[in-house]
Design a binder for this molecule. Structure first.
Ligand SMILES: Nc1ncnc2c1ncn2[C@@H]1O[C@H](COP(=O)(O)OP(=O)(O)OP(=O)(O)O)[C@@H](O)[C@H]1O
Length: 870
């Protein structure tokens, strides 16, 4: 027994060493470049193939082949990735989500390229480089980690690396060549990937798909090490490797047996899932969502019948052509699911293949149990939607890269623990519905279902939910401030995406007349995600799934496997620099306004259309004595002159107050210390003070962006405790806010912004609310149809204000509303705020502009050092 334990420990050490090596490479690349390289495993696979080519096919001596592979090819790949993909992206100022898409592109490109060059079959003749002594492998890994640590601690390069990691712009200003540091990071990272590949190749299946995915699972090790600590990465890798090996000894009876065996073979997947869902580490501060789409024109109405005809053409096909075409509508539905989640919702969803696979699996299970197959599919879709709810619930709370990893890990886990396990898939049969067994009839059925799904998604995109999803994608805190329940909406996107993917997956299985887990491999999920982004889901277009499915199926049916992956991967590596390809099918973009752009010449009669680059002043007339000139005395009553665009106040506004708030940030800074503040209803309260006084923190506590615990103080509205109410719920209670840094949604038009506010505010369903708000801020002219991306700051401040007012709040919180406004615009703003207060609105203004404060505020509070002084 002891010797078995030792043998298994040795086996675990070998796996753990390879995992540790991957962890070291990922961490060094991440530290030097900020990129979590999902393509690390694909580089490992390419290097393993190259060594095999040199040594086995071309008969080079092993040491020479190894030297060339590890010291020339591997670092060379890293340098090419740096120069050709990631540095240009960094120069464009890409966000982490774009970088992640590019690394998925590299992954898909290398997998497709390897399939094209070496075929998809597994090779079992990879040369053995180091022998199979795990202690030697572990020693090599520890030596490498020590070397990296020594270089970073004690060399000039190491100091430069640490400077770049801490603060890249400052390091560059201090004369550090950050590009050189990044290039070295890429070269080293690729070297470790190459070493992992050539060490692992003799012991795992060397094929284009298997090894890259194997290495992706090992990202767990780097996440556990918080993308920082090499010793933690090594210990975690070895511990998981050894635990995984020891689990192979366990053979419990009954149902647990196969599950424990699956766990023993996939412990790194479990670790990745737990690490991505629970541990802090990667992402966090980065943008959660994919970037807003570039401007695209709406699909011309005439194009749809043409596309319809193209999709009807295969009904005239026969034989293998028709059989191949059967896959297109099914795949289009899966890609449509990605348009909803990633295109409109902006969420990075890398596990969509799993939902498609579950759709096919549940359909097959029900059909095998005797349920008619069409009914089985109908039942499978809500079942997978439920699975989507359960799996997305923990993932949606993650941000940035962690969300990407969580969805990827979920997809891989479903694939490893369900789709590929005999206990779930043995003895399954999957056929086609009665009456639709021949390819032509089945294709027609698919077309009907696809048309229904397209109509459903089109309706969703046009309505409230579509607007809210686009807002969520463009600016999450802004969407929340507009009353959008962000977690629930993300969940809805994932659930809807899972349901559509399940329908497509089920049809794909029926088309093939079998449940084939390979059709739903996680690598395919990455390919589909990249395809949708490259072809235009970034542009959020319904054309994308149709074009994408036709392209992928056609290329995959060609003579060379891997063509589709290589092409999509190549395009994805250039994402951010190329327009989405489906836009090439469309006429040139004019004015992007959520598909409703209209060309319109400005005229005086149009209202307040601002001249280019210079917005017109707000349209509110001077009201009372708060017109921007005279300072209203505290407690003085204004003549009640309602703002012309605002519904008359019905009841007095409830009082919003903070009581005894004390808030300390994680770094130990006490931003608020026993602060009490009450906003007098129907009055303007200003909060002033030096930088760092705590104004924004107090503002965020009132708005719900920050939620103190109860022992840290109380926030009440009309006497009711709202301390734990989230921001969107406070918006619905009538507390609207704007942001210090503009929170607008670039892809939405001015009018859509205001509609969003009206959809989710205190008063909903008032048909006049949108017009009133637009008129109030002077945006009722043709400018209402223009996308926010095209407008200057002054106009956008008015858009934000109109959005906030459209829900008819009783309390308005404004964080530096005059930032970026010129004198005329500031005076106009003062007039409108005075009119709003005269109309019964409670206003809080955090502002640095003394003139604005002096002109409008009834009460001025000064803050300093986290306290209210007066
Ligand atoms: N997320 C955070 N983590 C840690 N410390 C923070 C955070 N946000 C603010 N602080 C610190 O809390 C203190 C109060 O900051 P706050 O932004 O509320 O001040 P402010 O008066 O709004 O300043 P400004 O006018 O510059 O916006 C400052 O010392 C700031 O550095």
């Amino acid at each position: 027994m002891a010797s078995l334990t030792y043998e298994l420990t040795l086996a675990g050490l070998a796996v753990g060493s390879a995992a540790a090596l991957t962890g070291i490479g990922l961490i060094v690349t991440y530290r030097a470049t900020g990129v979590l390289n999902l393509a690390h495993g694909a580089v490992a696979m390419i290097c393993a193939y190259v060594l095999r080519q040199l040594v086995v096919v071309w008969d080079w001596p092993l040491p020479l082949g190894a030297l060339v592979t590890l010291l020339v090819v591997a670092p060379g790949i890293g340098l090419v990735l740096d120069r050709g993909v990631f540095r240009p992206l960094a120069l464009l100022g890409s966000n982490p989500a774009q970088t992640l898409v590019a690394s998925i592109g590299v992954f898909v490109l290398l997998v497709g390229g390897a399939a094209l060059l070496w075929g998809v079959g597994a090779r079992d003749d990879a040369p053995v480089l180091l022998g199979d002594d795990p202690w030697a492998q572990l020693a090599a890994v520890v030596a490498l980690a020590c070397l990296v640590t020594a270089v970073t601690r004690w060399t000039r390069f190491g100091r430069e690396l640490r400077a770049v990691v801490d603060n890249r712009p400052l390091a560059v200003l201090s004369g550090v060549d950050a590009d050189r540091v990044a290039a070295a990071g890429w070269a080293f990272g690729s070297f470790t990937a190459g070493l992992t590949g050539v060490l692992l190749a003799p012991y795992v299946r060397l094929d284009p798909y298997g090894m890259p995915l194997l290495v992706i699972e090992v990202i767990a090790v780097a996440v556990i090490a918080r993308m920082r600590s090499l010793p933690v990465a090594i210990v975690a890798a070895v511990a998981i490797g050894v635990a995984q090996a020891q689990m192979t000894r366990l053979h419990p009876e009954g149902w647990a047996g196969p599950l424990v065996q699956a766990l023993g073979a996939n412990l790194f997947v479990v670790a990745l899932l737990v690490a991505a869902l629970v541990l802090p580490g990667v992402g966090g501060k980065g943008r959660d969502a994919l970037p807003p789409p570039p401007p695209t024109p709406p699909v011309p109405t005439l194009l749809w019948p043409a596309i319809g005809v193209l999709f009807l053409l295969p009904l005239g096909f026969a034989g293998s052509d028709l059989h191949t075409a059967v896959q297109v509508p099914a795949l289009a539905m899966i890609l449509l699911s990605l348009v909803v989640v990633a295109g409109r919702g902006g969420q990075i969803a890398l596990g969509q293949a799993a939902y498609a696979g579950l759709g096919a699996l549940f359909t097959a299970l029900l059909a095998t149990a005797g349920v008619p197959v069409l009914l089985a599919l109908g039942l499978a879709v809500p079942m997978v939607a439920l699975a989507g709810l359960v799996t997305a619930w923990p993932a949606i709370r993650r941000h940035g890269l962690a969300l990407a990893l969580a969805t990827l890990a979920t997809g891989v886990a479903v694939s490893r623990f369900v789709l590929t396990q005999p206990y779930a898939t043995a003895g399954l049969s999957l056929g086609r519905p009665a009456g639709f067994s021949d390819d032509r009839a089945f294709y027609a059925l698919e077309l009907v279902l696809l048309a229904g799904c397209l109509a459903l998604v089109a309706a969703l995109r046009r309505g409230r939910t579509g607007r809210a999803l686009a807002a969520l994608r463009d600016h999450e805190p802004g969407a929340e401030a507009a009353g959008v329940p962000v977690p629930a909406l993300k969940l809805l996107a994932f659930v809807l995406g899972a349901a559509l993917a399940a329908l497509g997956g089920g049809l794909l299985g029926m088309g093939l007349r079998a449940f084939d887990p390979e059709a739903y491999d996680p690598v395919r999920g990455l390919l589909w995600f990249a395809a949708v982004l490259v072809l235009g889901a970034g542009a959020d277009s319904l054309l994308t799934p149709l074009v994408g499915a036709a392209l992928l199926v056609t290329l995959d049916a060609g003579p060379r496997a891997g063509t589709a992956a290589a092409l999509i991967g190549l395009l994805a590596t250039q994402s951010g620099r190329l327009p989405p390809l489906t836009t090439l099918l469309l006429p040139k973009a004019t004015e992007p306004a959520g598909g409703r752009a209209r060309r319109h010449r400005p005229s005086a009669a149009d209202g307040a259309e601002p001249p280019a680059g210079r917005p017109a002043p707000l349209s509110t007339p001077r009201t009372g004595d708060a017109g921007g000139n005279a300072r209203p005395a505290e407690g003085r009553t204004h003549p009640h002159r309602p703002a012309p665009g605002r519904a008359p106040a019905s009841a007095p506004a409830p009082e919003l107050r903070a009581d005894d708030l004390t808030l300390t940030y994680p770094g130990g800074i006490t931003a608020l210390s026993h602060v009490t503040l009450a906003l007098t209803p129907a009055r303007i309260t200003a909060l002033v003070g030096p930088n760092g006084a705590g104004k924004s923190t107090l503002f965020d506590c009132l708005a719900g962006t920050l939620r103190p615990r109860h022992h840290q103080g109380l926030i009440t509205l009309g006497g009711a405790d709202i301390t734990s109410r989230p921001a969107h719920a406070r918006t619905r209670l009538g507390i609207a806010r704007t942001f210090q840094r503009l929170a607008v949604f670039p892809s939405l038009s001015v009018e859509e912004h205001v509609r969003l506010g009206a959809d989710r505010g205190r008063v909903r369903g008032d048909p006049a609310a949108v017009e009133r708000s637009l008129r109030l801020v002077g945006l009722a002219g043709p400018v209402r149809h223009r996308a926010a991306a095209d407008l200057p700051t002054g106009t956008l401040r008015r858009v934000e204000l109109a959005r906030a007012l459209a829900g008819q709040p009783h309390t308005l919180l404004l964080d530096e509303p005059a930032a970026g406004l010129d004198a005329a615009e500031t005076a106009a703003l003062a007039r409108i705020l005075a009119a709003l207060a005269a109309d019964g609105l409670t206003v809080l203004v955090v502002e640095h502009d003394p003139d604005l404060v002096a002109g409008i505020a009834h009460t001025v509070h000064t803050m300093e050092g986290g306290r209210i002084l007066s």
